[in-house]
Each structure stands twice: as C-alpha cells, then as structure tokens.
Write a protein that binds this ligand. Structure first.
Ligand code: GDP
Length: 324
C-alpha cells in the first residue's frame, strides 16, 4: 500500500481514502500497524475538528439525534463525521452503526461521513483505534466529529478521553427519580440533552430536564466550565426543536474553553493519556508473547512450588522486561 498516496487522499478529504485509512488503523496485523503509524505521522495534527462525544442508553434516540443534528450542521456547510466506540456485542443486531438505514439521509449527504463501529470486541482495542480514526477525520478536514457510545459505563470514560465536549442524551423519565445515571457519568457531562421533548412526552421531558439541571447544580464547579455549565436542556430529535439551541451551547462552551486555555490543556492531557495507554497495552501484549510468556510460566511454577517468593519472582520478571 502506498502510504504517501493514501495520506494525500485523506488530506484532500477523499472519503474513500479516509475509509481505507480507518480500516488500516483498525487492523491487528503487525505490518498494517507499522503502515498505520506511518500514515498518522505523515498526516500530523495540523487540523482540528470539534469533537463531540454523545452517550446514551439504547432507545434514547441517539441515531435519530445524530441524523437530525448532523443534517442541521451539513445544512450550514459543515463537514460532519460520525464514529462509534463500542464493542459490537453491546448492541443486539451487530455493529452499532452498521445498519446505515438508521441514519439514511445523513449517510447519503456528501458532507457527512459515517463509520460503523469496529468489529473487534475488546473495549481497550476499539477505543485506541477510535482515537486514531478521530485523528484521521480531523486530518481529512472534517469540522465536527461526533463520537457515539452506548451507555455501558466503561465506554463513557473512553469517549470523555476522546472528545472536546461530552454530551449525555436522556429520555424523559416516567417517575421523578434520576434515571440511574451514575454520578461519575454526570460529572463527565458538559451538556445533558433530554430528548423526545415533543407531543405527550414534552411535559415529562421538561420535568426531567429540571431534575437534572438541579442535580448538575449540586456538582462541584470545574475550572474548565464557564458559568452556567454543565447545563441541561431539552431537545426533540424528531421535531428538531432545540437542536439549534444545543449547537449554540456547544459552540459557546468550545469558544470559552479555547479563549481560556482549557481546550488546549484538555487535548494535551488526552494526548498524554493515550501515549500512556499505548505503552501499557504494548507491555501487556509483550507479556503474552514469547519469550516473556515462557519466563512468566517458569517463574509462576517456581512460585507455586514455593521455591521463589511472589515478590522475588515479580522483581526478576520486571528486571527482565526492563532489559528487553
Ligand atoms: P438509539 O437506540 O439511542 O439510537 O435510539 P433511536 O434513534 O433508534 O430511537 C429510538 C426510538 O425513539 C425510535 O422509535 C425513535 O423514533 C424514537 N425517538 C427518537 N428521537 C425521538 C424524539 O425526539 N421524539 C420522539 N417522540 N421519539 C423519538
């Protein structure tokens, strides 16, 4: 594969080159990995998109929201990419965005690019490659990258490390309890969007929104937030009510963070996080391969037989890795 040619295609915003590049970074083959690194290095990091994380449990309306919201943005001439972070098993019926009919109009829009979630099941692996897919979309000149995740706990943390703005999509609650949204996830949210604020559900949506606004108010204010954030608001992905308002909130937040240095600081922290993740992953992978694997097994047998203490065996193993 000619990496220089592929990079040129991505930089020129060609969707086919972008799709092929994402397939390359998702590949587990060692030779593909080397090419992927070369590609990412060639493309550099000179372009930045607004990366919006979108999380919500199945059924809250993520696909409907992404379709309406995405079309609103492309209608303004913005180029929008949609990626997903999730083990494909998290949703019945296969890959989260695999069924493109779920966002049929957006997938036909020449200004949009929709990528089904990678098929690897391991969360860590998917997340690492999604980060690279985001970088590729930025290099291809997209203005907005939407990163979707099903709310299964771990994936939110991953998306928070990938995005500039983290949004949580909720449905109107029947009762008056907060919908079991974990405190940790609430603390990550920049914007809570209570969807389905239309028809019979509108009153419930307003009530739910008020509940969450109250709950957000009780959280400690973070330095990266302007006054009034994190915020809860209602939208209807179906009727498109509130979508322009939600976009205005996102832009206001992004602008404030840029002006106050928080944008760059967050990206710098994220870059460090992904570097450390890569190293950690590499070390674990090395442990699972020869010769480390054999040494682990031999030392493990010695520990089990009582001829070595666990501490001494671990020290020997670590010093061996240190020399590798
Ligand atoms: P996802 O699983 O989070 O991607 O949710 P979907 O986008 O597939 O939507 C789940 C269901 O909720 C579908 O039947 C949608 O038509 C419906 N839905 C989505 N958004 C809205 C909305 O704004 N209002 C109403 N009333 N229904 C909605």
């Amino acid at each position: 594969m000619d990496i220089a040619e592929l990079a040129a295609g991505v930089a020129a915003g060609q969707r086919r080159a972008l799709a092929r590049s994402i397939t390359l970074v998702e590949s587990a083959r060692a030779d593909h990995r080397a090419q992927a690194l070369q590609l990412l290095q060639t493309l550099g990091q000179s372009r930045q998109a607004l990366r919006i994380g979108l999380s919500g449990t199945p059924g809250v309306g993520k696909s409907t929201f992404i379709e309406s919201f995405g079309l609103m943005l492309t209608g303004q001439g913005l180029r929008v990419a949609v990626l997903a972070v999730d083990p494909s098993s998290a949703r019945s019926g296969g890959s989260i965005l695999g069924d493109k009919t779920r966002m049929e109009r957006l997938s036909r829009d020449p200004l949009a690019f929709i990528r089904p979630s990678p098929s690897q099941a391991q969360m860590g692996g998917v997340a690492r490659r999604t980060r690279e897919a985001v970088a590729l979309c930025e290099a291809a000149g997209f203005d907005v990258v939407l990163i979707e995740t099903v709310g299964v706990g771990q994936s939110e943390t991953v998306v928070a490390e990938l995005c500039d703005i983290f949004t949580l999509l909720l449905a109107p609650a029947g009762g008056d309890e907060l919908q079991g949204v974990k405190r940790g996830i609430m603390e990550m949210a920049d914007l809570i969007l209570v969807n389905k604020a239309d028809g019979d559900l509108k009153a419930a949506a307003l009530r739910t929104c008020a509940d969450y606004a109250g709950a957000l108010h009780l959280l400690r204010r973070r330095p990266q937030d302007p006054p009034g954030f994190p915020k809860a608001t209602t939208v209807s992905a179906l009727s498109e009510d509130g979508l322009a308002g939600a976009w205005a909130e996102m832009q206001a937040l992004a602008a404030w963070r840029r002006e106050n240095g928080h944008w760059a600081a967050r990206r710098a922290d994220q870059a460090r996080h992904w570097f450390e993740e890569e190293v950690r992953h590499g070390l674990l992978a090395a442990l699972a391969r020869e010769p480390a694997l054999g040494v682990m097994q031999r030392l493990g047998a010695n520990v089990a037989a009582g001829s070595l203490t666990p501490e001494a065996a671990a020290a020997e193993m670590l010093s061996l890795l240190g020399r590798a």
